[in-house]
Design a binder for this molecule. Sequence first.
Ligand code: NAI
Length: 364
Amino acid sequence: MKVVLVLYDAGKHAADEERLYGCTENALGIKDWLESAGHTLVVTSDKDGEDSELEKEIPDADIIITTPFHPGYISKERIQKGKKLKLLVVAGVGSDHIDLDYINESGRDISVLEVTGSNVVSVAEHVIMTMLVLVRNFVPAHEQVMAGGWEVAAVAKDAFDIEGKTIATIGAGRIGYRVLERLVAFNPKELLYYDYQALPAEAEAKVNARRVEDIKELVAQADIVTVNCPLHAGSKGLVNADLLKHFKKGAWLVNTARGAICNAADVAAAVESGQLRGYGGDVWFPQPAPADHPWRTMRNKYGAGNAMTPHYSGTVIDAQIRYAQGTKNILESFFTQKFDYRPQDIILLNGKYKTKAYGADKKV
Ligand code: NAI
């Protein structure tokens, strides 16, 4: 079978760390395994546009493996071109770069699987870090000392504690719940969540979180809001100028879920106007982010309030080890025709939605 693998190029960094599996050079560690079983593996980072290698390989591909970090966008047109496609694997979590609705509606016998849970701790830790970086105003303080300066007041005037704050998550699934668990230690005033599905009573009690059923009411009460839901038709552009008006003035917003859940221009305007004190996260749309993306340069009135990074929270080395192994397990199950996938990894099975996170609940 022909397997196409879309990953980022690591260049010299690939040799620095052999467990950097998620790059073209290290190919998820599955190159020899696949080739010794007689399969053909094409590994590329060239993914965008009609002349890209991904586009050229699609007509012959049986399997395409992508990641959310350097997403090979699998559009309706590409699925139509890929007449042999049987399996799409996401090495990581989040399949929004694939036109899932089209596969579901088209009747094509294509399965989509991700490695559910593989990087949820990695992301939850990044969320906590980003909250701290923003609320404690770390970036300007660090830049100050690196530049040889010493002006405590300049950074202290925009720095606070997390303790005593009301913190809300939009989405309380694997990542959102882990964020709540970790926040308990900070002694917040209150933890809130908004999700289509209520947490089990025991889980809610463990973190002492309160569910708020109206998203506007949720954000109106929170000093810090974090986005931890998948990107789908019901969450695209969810955080826009209209919702931002309902935020507490000067709240912080952290989004490591997907860039397109937030309206980029509206968020940048809110940071510049002071409606948000700061915004941070690692997800953008599109990826790689263009050089003129407003989130690269937006600042609050103190020249601070920006904690953006490239998309790497879910691709730290510990996560790469887990999603590389998870991808291999999925392929093994497919090649041996056992199809004994982990149920939580299945997004679409033979063309039909199996998960509530994307299609099944998007109209709720
Ligand atoms: P999950 O499926 O365990 O939880 C998602 C939760 O969001 C579910 O409880 C679902 O009911 C809820 N939800 C769905 N739509 C919603 C909406 N419009 N409003 C509020 N809640 C909604 O997923 P998990 O593992 O927690 O991951 C969440 C998302 O985080 C992924 O879909 C992915 O987009 C992103 N992610 C980002 C990574 C990164 O490296 N930055 C890595 C891994 C995931």
